[in-house]
Ligand binder design. Sequence first.
Ligand code: ATP
Ligand code: MG
Ligand code: MG
Length: 594
Amino acid sequence: TTAAPSNFLRHVIENDLAQGAYSGRKWGGSPGNAAHHAQGMADPAKVRMRFPPEPNGYLHIGHAKSIWLNFELAKEYGGVSHLRFDDTNPEKEDQEYVDSIRDAVKWLGYETYLADRPSAPGTLQPHEYFASNYFDFMYEAAEYLIGAGLAYVDEQTADEVRANRGDFNTPGTDSPFRTRTPEENLARFRAMRDGQVADGAAILRAKIDMASTNINMRDPALYRVRRAHHHNTGDKWCIYPMYTYAHPIEDALEQITHSICTLEFEDQRPFYDWLLDRLAEGGLIASPHPRQYEFARLNVTHVLTSKRKLRQLVEEKYVDGWDDPRMPTIAGLRRRGYTPEALRLFCERSGTTKSGGWIDYASLEAALRDTLDPVAPRAMAVLDPVKLVITNWGELMGGDDALDSCSAPVHPHHPEMGHREFKLGREVWIERTDYEEVQPKGFFRLFPGNKVRLKYGHVIECIGGTKDADGKLVEVQARLVPDTKSGTPGADAIKVKGNITWVAAADAVQAEVRLYERLFAEAQPGSGELLEELNKQSLEVCSAFVEPSLAKAEPGVGIQFERHGYFVLDAKASSIVGKPVFNRAAGMRDSWGK
Ligand code: ATP
Ligand code: MG
Ligand code: MG
């Protein structure tokens, strides 16, 4: 797959490549420090993208879109994409999240398009980048800005800073600290660094324009004082850079060419350019510097793409962890039975544009079906089993215990995938819904007097059913029609309208099947009370019988259960439940709301 035709970013990149925009990239006046950071960057001319998650939760389908976009563009234009952990916020980050993010990028198939050099010393893995590795450089860049009169230490209270920022209709008011000399600012900034200033008592701000029509340009904060342990730098720092300051620097040091983000950062772009222009003038970074481009974030109906809200569902136990198969996390989708191919196809189909909107959850399922149908092995599974007894079996087959062997193609269009073998005996499990005492209109399966085929087996004629005291069906009886076995001469002499799935009691494997539905009943959740928008029936657990070939099922390999849809073995749940657990990834067709 390649990037979608509707992807406007391809035009931007093609234009830049045609003009050689990045082939003449040079360092400014005093390259020393920055050159150190750019060490070994093999080819500064090539397209260099990045996916910069903050390791404060598991990635979701929206992140998959961003990963897909960056890595597919890198791949298409012969470049690379960095995986950069944007770990500038010490309180919320965790190694568990770093590991899960690394896993997700690899699983989506992009390991080979990661960076073309080992990471800087001190990082945890080769080919991975950590924003926190640039803390020294960010600090030096801040001192440079102070020296150049472009930044100052503001000691107003947080409330004063907020009030003096103004709003859309009102220009901001200069801080009384705005006129400090560079020498004073430098001394105060070093005092912040050296632990002589209380948390929250001072910030470093860029000195731009308090009357700007863009509020983000009204002297944005660059550094704050925060005594917090950092997962990578430990207790070395008690000041931390703000995201808006850190992010452009990270891009510049890694010589990113096209920095793609979602639309909510559009108003930040002027500061991104302001900062990098100033640092390039000072010779701290190379020119031309990276450029930011925004696209509309992906929203998928009936799920949420917000780490914060997903965390709430996990912490309040509405789902069984970040990898619950109903979760729109990459880990959840994977456990549910989604494949990397399906997610990539979905991302491509969802388009990349500047105007947002919601993509229907059904198109996620469609992408799964479209990728699995051509390759998924087939199997029979009975999800709501009731016993069928073939009363004349012993008479015809030479004993009630006799077993017949049946076979079916693993895939109807791929003979090379071989055959599955299973038994047929006097007792088989069939779907409860395949029997009716009185024929409903249009129903051609089992009712007294009707003939149907046991798929891949014989034709049977229904005699009747037995109910228990509560009126619940407990057994169905039928007679086998001789000389009708599938694949034998004359098997089709008797025409039947019904063809039912089954498994023999003799070789069926007991399993648990989990049927999942949309996590949220609300199509566009997130605007109201979250918990009221949840779908209360998003999970149905069935005790099932499946054909013997499924005893060898492997996690990660989607299987089509004939009639029922696409399923996958859940290794994690199986080991807890003590028998195979299969998750339904998607039904045979979209039936939501029908
Ligand atoms: P959340 O709002 O869920 O916390 P985030 O944007 O804060 O997400 P980051 O870890 O900062 O999470 O995101 C990493 C990258 O993924 C960013 O470049 C961000 O723009 C992108 N991204 C996040 N959500 C989406 C989405 N729904 N659609 C497309 N890209 C997204
Ligand atoms: Mg973020
Ligand atoms: Mg966020």
